[in-house]
Each structure stands twice: as C-alpha cells, then as structure tokens.
Write a protein that binds this ligand. Sequence first.
Ligand code: NAD
Ligand code: GLY
Length: 353
Amino acid sequence: MKKVHISASRDYDVLVEWGLLDRSGELIKEATGSKKAAIISGDIVFPLYGERLKRSLEAAGMETEVFVLPHGEQSKTLANYGNILEFLSRKHFGRSDVLVALGGGVTGDITGFAASTYQRGMNFVQVPTTLLAAVDSSVGGKTAVDLPAGKNQVGSFYQPALVLCDPELLATLPEEEFACGCAEVIKYAVLGSRDFFDRLKALPVSQQIEDVICTCVEMKRDVVAQDEYDRGLRQLLNLGHSFGHAVEACSHFTVLHGQAVAIGMAAITRAAVAKGLCSEKTLAELLELLEQYGLPVRCEYSLDEMYAASLLDKKLTGGMMHLIVPEEIGRCRIVAVATEDVKSWMEAGGIGR
Ligand code: NAD
Ligand code: GLY
C-alpha cells in the first residue's frame, strides 16, 4: 500500500492500493473511531460500488445509512446540501459519526461541506472514484457548493480524517471523465515538474496510475503544508481555473471541469507567450500533451461573456485577479492583474470570439 501523509490543521493519510474498497470499513473505523457512517454518493457511483463499501463498514461493526444524489455539477447546490443535513438529522447522526463521500469531486465537495457544518463539524472520509478526485479534490480540505452566480461560492476549509484511493474504481470511468482527471494531472506537471511532464508524454496515465496519483498528491501535500488556507502559494493550484471556471459557467456546465481547466491552461499559456513571459516552445509542448490526452484547447464563447463570467469567480481580491502564468514546464508564477485588464489577457489567450 502507498501512503502519503498530509500535515494540515488536521493530519491524515491518503492511502492508495488496488482493492482498498473492501478493506475500507476497518480503516475508517481505525481513523475515526466512529460507530455509525452515512455514505453520500451519486446515482451512477452508488450502484457500482456502494454495496461493497456498505458491507465493509458493516463488517467493521458500523451502522450505515445511505444518501444518493443525482450525478453532475448541477447537484452541487445549497438545496442538496440542505437535504444532506436534514437526512443526517432525521437519522440521528452526531458529531462523532462519520460521513463517507463515495464519488468524484462533486460528491466530495458537497459532502465535505456538510461534514464541516453539521453540528459544527463531524468526521469525514473521502473515497474518490474519479481520477480528478483521486489526484486533486479529495486532498487539501476545500469543500463547497455552487450558487447560480458562480462555482464554489459557499464552502469551507475542512480536512478529511482519511482518504482511501482504490485505483480499481477508476476502471468504470467514461473515457471523457478520465481525460478530465488527466487535465489536473498535467496541471501538476506544468506547475512543478519537468520530469513528471516527460513521464506523462512517454507513458499514458492509465499505465502508471498509482505513481501518477501519488506524485500529484505529494505535490499537493507540499503546497497545503505551507498554505492550507489559500492565501498565497496555494493559488498556484488554480492554474487554468480562472479562465476555466468562466468556460464552465458560459457552457452552463456542459463543458466538464477538467476540459475547462485544459482550455484555461492553454489560454493562459498563449497569453503568457503574447506578453513575453513564456516561450512558443513551452506553449507547443503543452498543447501537444493536452491533445495527446484528448483534451480541448479552445472554446467558442464570446469575449464579453467570458469576461463577465470571470468577474463572478471568487478569485478576485481587492479588484485584482491572480492569474497563474506558466513561465516554463515545471515553473509558474502568480500575476496580479487588475480586473479591467483581464479581458486583454483573455484576448491574448485566444479564448472567446
Ligand atoms: P464528478 O464528481 O461530477 O464526476 C464525474 C462523473 O463521473 C459523474 O457523472 C459521476 O457520476 C461519474 N463517476 C464518478 N466516478 C465514477 C466511476 N468510478 N465510474 C463511473 N462513473 C463515475 O466530477 P469530477 O471531475 O470528479 O469533479 C469535479 C468537481 O470537483 C467540480 O465541482 C470541481 O469544482 C471540484 N473540484 C474540487 C477541488 C477541491 O480541491 N475541492 C479540486 C478540483 C475540482
Ligand atoms: N484544487 C485547488 C486547491 O485545492 O487549492
């Protein structure tokens, strides 16, 4: 079993092993001491893996309840968050019990937010079932729901007690969703490792899955250890996200998160080239790798729509947006841009008509 230890306001382990799902009960019991668990999952994932998780929790002596959400970003709402809280209350859950998120980033984000606020905070465990959740969203404690005005507008920082990552669960992921996870993987390589980038070029992620998950989680561990609350360094993890969130919003979430991040990374790198901060060669290498993984690098929304959507993003501080700009593969910097100049960055990035 591979283990990455995360040091934050609450320390925990990320465990990575094939077949871990069937051992999850004993591991969750050991990490939390809880006697009762609520599995929160989606209507695609629960039928695939829910019963195995439930059986394992019950074999470890835990009482279980199940709450199933409709799948997709449209479920990450205040209404569903409220439904989870009502369910916990109806089923007499207390602070010492545990919420187990079985699913991708949507399930993890909403479950984490419910765990952080129900009775002022209860135990929480992540069992990621998408590549994106395994390499990024299940680690680091960002929890959230969306508002009609924008993504992740309501949330908290709340670390899980344990992350159980069983790569076997990724076998049923649709190809498009697997590619979305690859976008976040490529993000980590562009942020911090030329060597990792070259490994992703040489061998498909699917053929080095455990190493890829551990490499990304270790990189995230190092960032979270220094800036858990996203006041500086952690903003680097938003590479591709500022423009990406605008793409998601303009598409009414028909463009998936990982696809939007890919478009956002391509755009910010094109803008970096236009502004003399990055070489054409770096841009060409990035575009080639994104395309190798079946990811989009452009979108068709108007510049005005994209700009308006970007202003609703929460990454605005004092009228400035912090853009994460690649300088070369493995090195990025944070550039503070006045909101009125964001449009010119978008234009330089070739994003929007
Ligand atoms: P998702 O949770 O919507 O899952 C994608 C789709 O795959 C869903 O339809 C789901 O039902 C299906 N699915 C999940 N696991 C499956 C499996 N094993 N087999 C078959 N189908 C499966 O999307 P996602 O890409 O995992 O996460 C995106 C979300 O994560 C966004 O809301 C984004 O904002 C958030 N996010 C959060 C963080 C964070 O740090 N908290 C980081 C990155 C992204
Ligand atoms: N995925 C961005 C972060 O965790 O900060």
